[in-house]
Design a protein around this ligand. Structure first.
Ligand code: SF4
Length: 305
């Protein structure tokens, strides 16, 4: 990025009293210009703690919505209005209501990768980092509906020993990582540690050394004495991993593991977002209050530092 562009963004940020947040899966140049990088919930909490009036959320829609749920007094902007999450779109509020009618005694845990309407229909929210703890904290005699990601749900069911009612949603990017990819990467880098995200398919997860959320991957790499890592998640995180651990080597398990929606954000769109205050993400107040309860309950179980 040129000096001129950096100055322009800084000027706009000051004028708008804005901060820029970027998800770990964003293009490297977007992560580099952000004030904060992280996972979706971490960023939303960061957003709620800043005194900025405007939050430019470089990520996908459900992330900006989560920031709007937690920070109703701030203006949340998504620089590209079509940046959505196919997994979040795999279940809507009516489908979840139907599932609840079929299982009237069950509690609902929804992955943060879901719409505000789905969160509003849920009892608890969770992230890939805390899903097991959230489920473990629920009464043992309660059945649990877990939406929308069946692969994260399967991981939680295995780790918690609970039989979950799963929704057949999945991440269209993580399922592109195959068993053959992991085997080929292992053959090439036999000394490397394989870190896989729980959104990967079960056969891929079985081949991994560590199953970790993106935030946990960053912590693991920082503490590990290993020098090589194979990363089975969206490729964007390798930018941050390399930046934070310049002495280590990181290889994507698959070159195909790219989320096209995450890559829709460009520097020009961030500038246009600040200039034109676009695209404002708002959540209907009734939905917001209900969705916030699911998020608050999660934080009550597992306070976010
Ligand atoms: S990587 Fe998967 S879960 Fe994340 S935004 Fe893209 S499609 Fe959704």
């Amino acid at each position: 990025m040129t000096e001129q562009l950096i100055k322009r963004i800084e000027k706009l940020k000051t004028e708008r009293h804005a901060v820029i947040l970027a998800h770990n899966y964003q293009p490297g140049e977007i992560q580099d210009l952000a004030d904060f990088t992280g996972d979706s919930l971490g960023l939303s909490i960061q957003a709620s703690r800043t005194d900025a009036d405007v939050i430019v959320f470089c990520g996908v829609r459900f992330m900006a919505e989560t920031a709007a749920i937690l920070s109703p007094d701030k203006t949340v902007l998504l620089p590209e209005k079509t940046a959505g999450c196919p997994m979040a779109d795999m279940i809507n509020a009516e489908q979840l209501r139907q599932l609840k009618r079929e299982n009237p005694d069950a509690l609902v845990v929804c992955y943060v990768n879901s719409s505000a309407e789905v969160k509003a229909e849920s009892d608890y929210c969770c992230t890939s980092a805390n899903a097991v703890e959230v489920v473990n904290s629920l009464p043992e005699d309660k059945r649990i509906i877990f939406v929308p990601d069946r692969h994260l749900g399967q991981f939680v069911a295995e780790r918690s020993g609970r039989g979950l009612i799963l929704w057949p949603g999945y991440c269209t990017t993580h399922v592109l990582i195959t068993v053959d990819d992991i085997k080929a990467a292992r053959a090439k880098y036999p000394d490397a540690i394989v870190m896989a995200h729980p959104e990967c398919t079960e056969p891929v997860k079985e081949l991994a050394d560590e199953l970790l959320s993106t935030g946990q991957m960053l912590k693991f790499a920082a503490k590990s004495t290993a020098k090589r890592f194979i990363i089975a998640t969206e490729k964007g995180i390798i930018h941050t991993l390399k930046k934070q651990n310049p002495e280590a080597e990181f290889y994507p398990a698959s070159e195909r593991a790219i989320c096209p929606n995450m890559k829709k954000i460009t520097i020009d769109k961030v500038i246009a977002s600040l200039e034109n205050m676009q695209y404002k993400i708002t959540v209907d107040e009734t939905i917001r209050v209900k969705a916030k309860k699911a998020l608050d309950r999660m934080v009550e179980i597992l306070p976010v530092k």
